[in-house]
Design a protein around this ligand. Structure first.
Ligand SMILES: Cc1cc2nc3c(=O)[nH]c(=O)nc-3n(C[C@H](O)[C@H](O)[C@H](O)COP(=O)(O)OP(=O)(O)OC[C@H]3O[C@@H](n4cnc5c(N)ncnc54)[C@H](O)[C@@H]3O)c2cc1C
Length: 374
C-alpha cells in the first residue's frame, strides 16, 4: 500500500482531507482545477460549532474560530452570528456596547452613513447597545479608485507606500470610536488588518467580502502554505476519470496519464464549482460529475443511474434548489461506495449543508477514513 491517497478538488474540503491524510502519516496528492466555491466565499464561516480538529486546521488557514457565537458585519449592512471568520473580519462581539466607526473613503460602492445607520438598527446592535457612526477618511487618489473592484482596491492599499500612509492616517484619526470597520479592502498578501490595528491603537477590521473578493483570494494563498507544510503534493489540472485497477484505484488526468491511488477522496464541489453539471436532454443521466466515476449520483435520495428529467425536478421545486442538493451519497464514514475505497466530502456530498465549517469537518472525516484511520 505505497500509493498515496489522491484528493480531487482543492477547496476547503479537499485541503481538509489532504491535511487529515498527512496528519495520519499517509502520503497525499491533491489535484485541483479552477477556483471553486471556496474562492468565492465571503470570509464568514457558517456552520455548527466546530470540533478541535476543525479549529486547528482553520487557524492554519488564517481563520478565527470562537467557542461562542461571534458577530460580523456584511457589506449589505447586516450583522451575522457565526463561529468562524477570516482573521481580517472585525469581531463585533468584542466591541459590544461600544462605539464603532464605519470608515468611508468615498468609493462609489460604499455609503458609510447609510451602513452606520443600518448596522445601528440591527437587532444585535440594539440588544447590545452598540453604536456605529460614519468616519469619513479621504483615502482615494484618483477617480479610478472610486470605481475599481474591491479586490483591486485591496491590492492597492497593501502596497508598501499606501499601507504606510494608511497606518499614519489611522494613527492621527481622533478619538470617539473604539474600533474601525472598513469594507473588504484590507489586503490579500499582507496581514493589513493586524498592522493597522496596532498603528491605530484599536481594532481595525473588515466587513465580509462579495463573491470574488479578498476573502477567497486569501484562502487560495493560505491553502498553498498549509499543503506545503504538510508535504502534500499539489497538482494543477483536472482529473478526467476514476477507474478500478485491481485492488487499487486509478485517477486519469487530462493528458491521459494515470495516478495509482490507495483511496480517492472526491472534493469536487457542487454545481457552482463545476463539480457536477446538468447534461443536455437525450440519452444518459440528466446530470453527471466533472469526471467519470464508477458510482452514480444522487438527487433527493434517488440514484441518478438512468435517463431522468432534471428539468422535471427543478420545475417541481419551482427553482434551482435541486442543483444545490445534487451530489454523491455517502455513509457516516464519508464512503461513497460499499465496494471501492472512494470517499466524498464538502459540497460534493448529496443533500448536505454547504458551508465552510461543514466542508472542513467532512473533509477531515473523509481524509481520515481514506487513510484508514477511524
Ligand atoms: C458565492 C458563494 C458565497 C458563499 N459564501 C459562504 C459564506 O459566507 N459562508 C459559508 O460558510 N459558506 C459560503 N459558501 C459556501 C462555501 O463556500 C462552500 O460550501 C465551500 O467552500 C465548499 O468547499 P468544497 O471544497 O466542498 O468545494 P469547492 O470550494 O467548490 O472546491 C471544489 C474544487 O474542485 C475542483 N474540481 C471539480 N472537478 C474537478 C476535477 N474533475 N478535477 C480537478 N478538480 C476539480 C474545482 O475546480 C474546485 O476548485 C459560499 C458559496 C458561494 C458559491
Amino acid at each position: 500500500m505505497t500509493e498515496p491517497v489522491v484528493i480531487v478538488g482543492g477547496g476547503f474540503a479537499g485541503v481538509a482531507a489532504a491535511w487529515a491524510v498527512a496528519r495520519s502519516g499517509g502520503a497525499a496528492v491533491l489535484l485541483t482545477d479552477r477556483a471553486g466555491a471556496s474562492e468565492l466565499y465571503s470570509g464568514i464561516c457558517d456552520g455548527d460549532a466546530p470540533s478541535d480538529d476543525v479549529s486547528a486546521l482553520a487557524q492554519s488557514l488564517g481563520l478565527v474560530i470562537t467557542p461562542e457565537l461571534g458577530a460580523v458585519a456584511t457589506r449589505e449592512g447586516l450583522i451575522r452570528r457565526v463561529y468562524g471568520r477570516d482573521s481580517a473580519l472585525l469581531d463585533l462581539e468584542e466591541q459590544a456596547g461600544k462605539q464603532l466607526g464605519v470608515v468611508d473613503p468615498g468609493r462609489d460602492d460604499w455609503d458609510g452613513e447609510l451602513l452606520a445607520r443600518s448596522f445601528s438598527a440591527t437587532r444585535w446592535a440594539r440588544s447590545t447597545n452598540t453604536r456605529f457612526r460614519c468616519v469619513a477618511l479621504p483615502l482615494l487618489k484618483s477617480g479610478a479608485e472610486r470605481r475599481m473592484a474591491p479586490y483591486d482596491f485591496a491590492r492597492l492599499l497593501e502596497t508598501p507606500e499606501r499601507a504606510a500612509e494608511l497606518a499614519r492616517t489611522l494613527a492621527e484619526v481622533g478619538g470617539g470610536t473604539d474600533a474601525l470597520l472598513f469594507g473588504p479592502w484590507l489586503g490579500v498578501e499582507r496581514e493589513l488588518a493586524a498592522q493597522l490595528s496596532s498603528a491605530a491603537g484599536r481594532p481595525v477590521g473588515e466587513t465580509a467580502s462579495g463573491p470574488g473578493g479578498v476573502a477567497g483570494a486569501r484562502f487560495g494563498r493560505r491553502r498553498e502554505a498549509v499543503l506545503a507544510a504538510h508535504r502534500v503534493e499539489l497538482r494543477a489540472g483536472a482529473a478526467r476519470a476514476v477507474e478500478e485497477r485491481g485492488s487499487t484505484l486509478s485517477v486519469v488526468l487530462e493528458d491521459g496519464s494515470a495516478l495509482a491511488a490507495r483511496a480517492v477522496v472526491l472534493a469536487i464541489g457542487g454545481f457552482v464549482a463545476g463539480g457536477f453539471r446538468v447534461n443536455d436532454g437525450g440519452v444518459g443521466s440528466a446530470a453527471s460529475a466533472s469526471l467519470e466515476l464508477p458510482i452514480a449520483l444522487t438527487l433527493e435520495g434517488e440514484l441518478m443511474d438512468r435517463a431522468t428529467s432534471l428539468a422535471g425536478q427543478i420545475a417541481r421545486h419551482g427553482g434551482f434548489e435541486p442543483l444545490e442538493a445534487l451530489g454523491l451519497a455517502v455513509d457516516e464514514r464519508f464512503a461513497a461506495s460499499t465496494r471501492l475505497p472512494l470517499f466524498a466530502c464538502g459540497d460534493a456530498q448529496a443533500g448536505k449543508p454547504r458551508t465552510v465549517l461543514a466542508a472542513l469537518s467532512s473533509g477531515i472525516g473523509a481524509g481520515r477514513a481514506a487513510a484508514g484511520v477511524f
